[in-house]
Design a protein around this ligand. Structure first.
Ligand code: DQA
Length: 157
């Protein structure tokens, strides 16, 4: 199984009680369960984490760059203003390691301040607007990227 980090930024630990009309009724524990279950089906060992500390997220991203661990990342509000998160993400992707940005909601369809994404220029791809399915779609895409990186299987690559 390939290890994948599923990293979540501020306030996402409040899923379930935080504005369910936007983020749904599933809790963070439910999200962990959904990601680990689908990950196992896809051959990915999903390590799902959440932090309200930007320094902690930066440390996780540095470790991902050093260990070449693929990342699914919901930067939450940091998406919109954290150049530090953007630069740390770039260290991962510059090392040839995929980072897929996810959002439960579609920030582009919400308040103006959410339209600015300072992280997106450093990631491999983005999935937004599908609730927990944003993570499931990202994990499926990640499984494809990891398989492709492992090389041809003899059945057409
Ligand atoms: C979010 C969207 C952000 O604008 C917001 O600050 C979040 C969650 C999402 O998953 O939809 O905290 O990243």
């Amino acid at each position: 199984m390939t290890a994948v980090l599923v990293l979540n930024g501020p306030n996402l630990g409040r899923l379930g009680s935080r504005d369910p009309t936007v983020y749904g009724t599933g809790t963070f524990a439910d999200l962990v369960g959904a990601c680990t279950a689908l990950g196992a089906e896809l051959g990915l060992q999903a390590d799902v984490r959440q932090t309200d500390s930007e320094a902690e997220l930066l440390g996780w991203l540095h470790a991902a760059a050093d260990a070449a661990t693929p990342v699914v990342l919901n930067p939450a509000a940091w998406t919109h203003y954290s150049y530090a998160v953007r630069d740390a993400v770039e260290m991962v992707t510059a090392a040839g390691v995929p980072v897929i940005e996810v959002h439960l909601s579609n920030p582009g369809a919400r308040e103006g301040f959410r339209h600015r994404d300072v992280v997106v220029g450093a990631v491999t791809g983005v999935v937004a607007g599908f609730g927990f399915d944003s993570y499931r779609l990202a994990l499926r895409a990640m499984a494809g990227l990891v398989t492709a990186a492992a090389g041809p299987t003899g059945a057409g690559g």
